[in-house]
Design a protein. Structure first.
Length: 251
């Protein structure tokens, strides 16, 4: 059985066996009992994940044709596919689980927000992103690409850029370089007033990243607070800890 590639779903399927083995090796550095693969597609990575011993495995795949193809090609996957979009499902397991995947690039940031929603249950995520998105997630203060994703993810997770994945590793080859990153839940997370406050603060700060924070954030703080010299800075100059601390002073 053959399958077709759907541009509308941002499908670029891995075909490089070495990259698949590198992903599995990175995955096995942190033990897990439950694993969810996002977007198994043609099963390049799935065929290495299914035989892992004593692992409760589930795969999330929206595309009918890929579900049929996977069930035919890898009979062991029957009953383990969640036939929906990752963005529409509840956590697939009751307890702690690890997330892995070659994420569809058109929804990769939204997948990250989904993982953040589940962070109490997800100690480790290993995911493939467009390289520039991957760099944005792992970048620190002072970098041109440091932004909303960097702060929100790094408040709760340690992030590592694992390796580049060239276009030739996929079918069809994307026009961009890809990158594999790992998120590991922080042992002690940085305290915030609330996740909602952090999100509102970081979004407002970076939506006007060229402005001084005093101007970008004036609707969120009292005038007295805004006199602090920290507000002379721009969003990209603040550390994750400084953003988190500011949430406690918001109106």
């Amino acid at each position: 059985m053959q399958y077709t590639l759907k541009k509308s779903l941002g499908q670029h399927f891995l075909k490089d066996e070495n990259i698949c083995k590198m992903i599995v090796a990175a995955l096995q550095e942190n033990p897990f009992e439950r694993l969810m693969e996002v977007g198994p597609g043609g099963g390049a990575l799935t065929k290495y994940l299914l035989p892992l011993k004593d692992i409760d495995f589930k795969a999330v795949e929206l595309d009918d044709e890929k579900v049929a193809y996977l069930e035919l090609t890898y009979p062991g996957i029957r009953g383990k596919i969640i036939h929906k979009s990752i963005l529409d499902i509840d956590a697939p397991f009751e307890g702690i689980f690890t997330v892995v995947g070659n994420f569809p690039y058109n929804i990769s940031s939204q997948i990250l927000f989904k993982v953040l929603e589940w962070k109490e249950q997800v100690p480790v995520m290993i995911g493939m992103f467009q390289k520039e998105v991957a760099q944005r997630i792992v970048s620190g203060p002072g970098s041109k690409v440091y932004g909303i994703l960097s702060v929100l993810v790094q408040t709760f997770y340690e992030v590592d850029y694992l390796f580049d994945v060239p276009p030739g590793s996929f079918n069809p080859p994307p026009k961009v370089m890809s990158g594999m990153i790992r998120l590991k839940r922080k042992v002690t997370s940085i305290p915030v007033k609330s996740e909602r406050s952090l999100f509102i603060l970081v979004k407002a700060a970076f939506n006007q990243r060229r402005k001084m924070l005093r101007n970008a954030l004036k609707s969120l703080f009292d005038e007295e607070v805004l006199k602090h010299e920290l507000f002379n800075k721009r969003a990209e100059q603040l550390s994750i800890e400084q953003f988190a601390a500011l949430t406690f002073q918001m109106r």
